[in-house]
Design a protein around this ligand. Structure first.
Ligand code: ADP
Ligand code: MG
Length: 244
């Protein structure tokens, strides 16, 4: 998966400036950078929640030129293959945990209900919450709700899982339970793109780091090298020191 030469302006504010990045399959790419730098805008471009003014997006057989209209068919196919998890787990409050997880597979993938339920239990086991299958979202802690959101996204069998600050709303002890689930997915070579401010987690999970500032990519490379002080530019060092 790759974007090239993305530009995006809101009014006269240029929020993406010629952004080109590759998100390798089977790897975890972590986007970091100060608030307002454009991380969410990049991430959302990957499942077409945001349409950059121009630039291209290549994903499997899809070639999207953002300066041209995108067909509905192509948009739906790309959305299906890129599951998104937001900071505020937006579960359906009137559905049980199981109901939340089977909704997409039955409605969108047209799985039969028995298959969807079986798969849902598998995913709930993976995130350690199968015992909550019949609970409602308001009976869950934030960490549990976010793990359900991950199970729900994964039940759609996306090729890439996209996560926008998945733990920013959580207390540290609840955060850990979510990070463990993501680390396990990374180990299984699930393709992921994660926006996070948690540098310890980034260091653990990332194959690749992309450092964004003011709509520009200041670092794009191996995670290990990013955390090696000898490779850090003064700006990278300043940012890392400010949040680590
Ligand atoms: P980050 O995720 O790194 O905090 P964002 O991608 O959310 O940054 O935002 C980048 C810039 O674009 C910010 O200045 C933000 O205020 C602006 N922005 C984002 N979305 C919108 C929008 N829908 N309308 C106007 N400005 C926006
Ligand atoms: Mg953001």
């Amino acid at each position: 998966m790759q974007v090239k030469h993305l530009n995006k302006a809101y009014g006269n504010k240029q929020v993406l400036k010629d952004v080109s990045v590759e998100f390798p399959a089977g790897q975890t790419t972590v986007l970091i950078g100060p608030s307002g730098s454009g991380k969410s805008t990049i991430l959302r471009s990957l499942n077409l929640l945001v349409t950059p003014d121009n630039g291209t997006f290549d994903f499997n057989d899809h070639h999207v030129d953002f300066s041209q209209p995108i067909s509905r068919k192509e948009m739906l196919e790309i959305r299906k293959d890129t599951g998104m998890v937001f900071q505020e787990y937006n579960l359906f409050p009137n559905k049980t945990v199981l109901g939340n997880v089977i909704e997409g597979p039955t409605q969108v993938l047209k799985q039969d209900k028995a298959t969807a339920i079986k798969n849902a239990h598998e995913w709930l086991k993976k995130v350690g919450l199968d015992d909550k299958a019949n609970a409602y979202p308001n009976e869950l802690s934030g960490g549990q709700a976010q793990r359900v959101a991950i199970a729900r996204a994964m039940a759609m069998e996306p090729e890439y899982l996209l996560l926008d600050e998945p733990t920013s709303a959580l207390d540290p002890e609840l955060e850990l339970s979510v990070l463990k689930v993501l680390l396990a997915l990374a180990k299984e070579q699930q393709s992921m793109v994660i926006v996070t401010h948690n540098m310890m987690f980034a260091q653990k999970v990332a194959d690749k780091i992309v450092f964004v500032e003011d709509g520009e990519i200041l670092y794009d490379g191996e995670a290990q090298a990013f955390f090696d002080r000898e490779n850090q530019t003064p700006r990278m060092r300043q940012f890392i020191d400010s949040i680590m």
